[in-house]
Design a protein around this ligand. Sequence first.
Ligand code: NAD
Length: 478
Amino acid sequence: MKKITVAKGDGIGPEIMDATLDIILAAGAKIEVDEIEVGEKVYLAGNTSGIASESWDTIKANKVFLKAPITTPQGGGYKSLNVTTRKFLGLYSNVRPCASLHPFVKTKHPKMDIVIIRENEEDLYAGIEHQQTDEVIQCLKLISRPGCEKIVRYAFEYAKQYGRKKVTCFTKDNIMKQTDGLFHLVFDEIAKEYPEIENEHWIIDIGAAKMADTPEVFDVIVTLNLYGDVLSDVAAQIAGSVGLAGSANIGEECAMFEAIHGSAPRRAGQNMANPSGLLQGAILMLNHIGQTDVAEKVQNAWLKTIEDGIHTYDIYKEGISKQKVGTKEFALAVIANLGRKPSVLNSVSYAKGNALVLPKYKRREPMKKDLLGVDLFVHSVTHNPNELAEKIKKIENNGIKLSMITNRGIKVWPDGFKETFCTDHWRCRFKPSDNTHISKSEIIELLKDALNENIDVVKTENLYAFDGKPSFSLGQGQ
Ligand code: NAD
């Protein structure tokens, strides 16, 4: 018996949760439900994160959390419960299966059956933003080796558990050679450990276009946070079934399962809502905790019910559907189909899978780190790079020379183009003229001299080589 935390949420949440629990318990799920309150009531009682601290204790103790959608009250100051939960519990992996149910649910892509596995904690979603000059604001994109290794390994393990044939990696490493480059590199490293699963890499732009056009060529897709966020909504939409999709958020210790839709407040309390999205979340949960036989039984019964044309209002179509039902009746129809398999849609077979147990991330030996120079980011309203260079060169000392100025990444000095548009935010790169190392105290001297010369340094970035390999970007055009 596995104890799980359940939150019935707001709007249609309680109805779809009751339907989901009825179905999985009827199928023989060995779970004990530990209920907590999250969402609107908790927010309105003055808790800005929508969850009480005792509820965190329950979630952490049980480790598995099935959550119905919640309503975030209008007005500022309320923090997203989903984002908080992902970050607090280290839920690094977001899994969203998107399969079409042709010909029972309308879609342009009858053969689509993909799973998007999205990194969930890093990338631009670290939310580290700073305005540095009148004209320029920065958002830091942070990518870590543990982050990449964990998500890529999860994608291959998922493919193995579900009998998937191929894992495709999407990045933009032709532009972001270091950050996306690391994700791609780690993908190639880990793919070698799974020779039975095909692997490939696509640049995200053309990959996304291909997915929207011909999704049947993809199987499992693993990608970084922002790309995955956009791509998974596109995938759910083109599968024709945003309201039918569930998702899993997986961490090393804890995991949360949910529907991808919201609390649909206008439909609440009317026995109208489709419980399928949350049921899909619950099926992911059953597989995650190793109750794969129950997951298989529920999924096949659900597919059979869709195939029988027993549909809630949101997917009901004259000519295709046979019977329009409410939430409870839909659940009863799925329960009546337990033990049956679909005949047109592909049935699933999960029962041989085990709970996904991923190895803990092993930290590597520290690398050799050499300081090769520094970038000073300067706020200057002088829009002529040559004039700016004259001023900046005044702080050169001890053989540490200004080697380059860029503006929004493009080299503008030396030998810039007068056509290049410049903002008030400049990157001034200093390196020793003999191309050896510099010290942190030399950087401090540069900063002191900048202060004396009235140069407005808004931030610095050290230029390192790791294990002898320079690990910073060149200026575009350098
Ligand atoms: P929504 O997903 O609740 O509704 C969008 C549309 O889809 C509505 O027409 C709704 O009636 C319909 N719909 C959604 N789920 C359905 C279901 N299971 N069966 C039948 N029809 C369904 O999105 P929204 O209206 O933008 O948001 C409503 C509330 O939900 C907001 O407070 C929002 O913050 C919240 N929300 C919560 C989550 C979450 O908890 N994970 C996610 C998204 C939105």
